[in-house]
Ligand binder design. Structure first.
Ligand code: SF4
Length: 347
């Protein structure tokens, strides 16, 4: 049922008042607000918890405090700052975004939604967030938290990622987001979704929207939002080379830079083999869950001369100096396991 102007005004006001009194105000990106800080934080926060993002955000801002510092950084430096956050195309796109803004907008963020949306890696949500939080201008947003909140408030049923549900969510966001205090409203719906209207056991007794909430009033919290269809993930096998070179001064490990775009693009990794080798010794195995499939990896011992015609993208790195190298988390974990095993063997 369409919302009446009175309902729109009432919900806005409730959200804005609640945010002012009970919402989050102390997050690092809420201090010294600039479009760049909002942009970086919003990209980091995609698929990632606030508590995980905070140290990454602080390190990023210390080393790339401005758009030009980011635009001039090497891809390796940028990827090293992202290792462990996952979804690495986000980091590559942030660097491209900085270059785009310097080339196309003289190093300034545009403040209209269309131009914000044209920045590499910036979608409809991030454009709205930058406009709201950095410019205090009308900027509707819909993310996972907002979807859960709106689904319960307005009885929006259906597969949460379907285009029909997405369209309805955005229609509500566009209607409800005010021209004035957009930043307060946007922060309010994010905070309500994250802190009260949680997936399980929402804290309805503390919620300012209780009286207008369909799910609360009709006792339908258990069925809203509708459950996502469960899909079984396909399993993909992959084979990697473990190539150690012992010198007088160090034990070195062969790494190769992954091509981008692609899985772990721009990061360093133990070399991937086109297929399972016929004779090599199995060194270890690991698995990793990607959003669309499960990687089942086997790692095989290789000789230096067997990969000697190394592509430019391959390099030997001292095994004890990998901290500043941008490695995907499962590869770093595997290397650490191998180091620990080796230590145990020599004790
Ligand atoms: Fe969510 Fe409960 Fe508030 Fe409804 S009343 S919006 S279910 S926290």
């Amino acid at each position: 049922m369409p919302l009446t102007p009175f309902q729109v005004h009432h919900i806005r006001q409730q959200v804005i008042n609640w945010q002012a009194e009970h919402g989050r105000h102390d997050l690092p990106w809420q201090q010294d607000v600039t479009p760049y800080r909002v942009h970086v934080s919003e990209i980091m926060l995609q698929q990632t918890q606030v508590t995980t993002v905070i140290p990454y955000f602080q390190r990023w801002m210390a080393d790339f405090p401005t758009l030009s510092a980011l635009a001039n950084a090497s891809e390796d430096e940028v990827m090293a700052h992202w290792q462990g956050l996952g979804y690495y195309s986000r980091a590559r796109n942030l660097r491209k975004a900085a270059q785009h803004l310097i080339e196309q907008h003289a190093g300034h963020y545009p403040d209209d939604l269309k131009s914000l949306n044209d920045i590499p890696g910036v979608g409809r949500y991030t454009a709205g967030a930058i406009r709201s939080f950095a410019f205090s201008n009308y900027g509707p947003i819909v993310d996972g938290n907002v979807k859960r909140l709106y689904a319960r408030l307005f009885a929006i049923y259906g597969e949460p990622n379907s285009s029909a549900v997405n369209k309805t969510m955005w229609q509500h966001a566009e209607l409800l987001t005010p021209e004035n205090q957009s930043e307060r409203y946007s922060q309010g719906v994010l905070d309500l979704g994250a802190t009260l209207c949680k997936k399980s056991n929402p804290e309805c007794q503390r919620c300012p929207l209780q009286e207008t909430c369909f799910a609360f009033q009709q006792n339908k919290i258990g069925e809203l939002p509708s459950a996502k269809k469960r899909k079984t993930k396909p399993v993909k096998d992959a084979h990697f080379a473990w190539l150690i070179n012992d010198t007088v001064s160090a034990t070195e490990l062969m790494l190769e830079k992954r091509q981008s775009p692609g899985i772990w693009g721009g990061l360093w990794c133990i070399p991937q083999l086109p297929e399972q080798p016929c004779t090599a010794r199995l060194v270890g195995e690991f698995t990793h869950e990607f959003s669309h499939y499960r990687l089942q990896a086997k790692v095989w011992a290789h000789q230096l001369n067997s990969v000697a015609e190394a592509a430019n993208a391959q390099r030997l790195y001292p095994l004890d100096q990998l901290d500043s190298v941008g490695l995907p988390t499962p590869i770093r974990n595997f290397i650490n396991d191998m180091k620990a095993l080796n230590k145990d063997d020599t004790n």
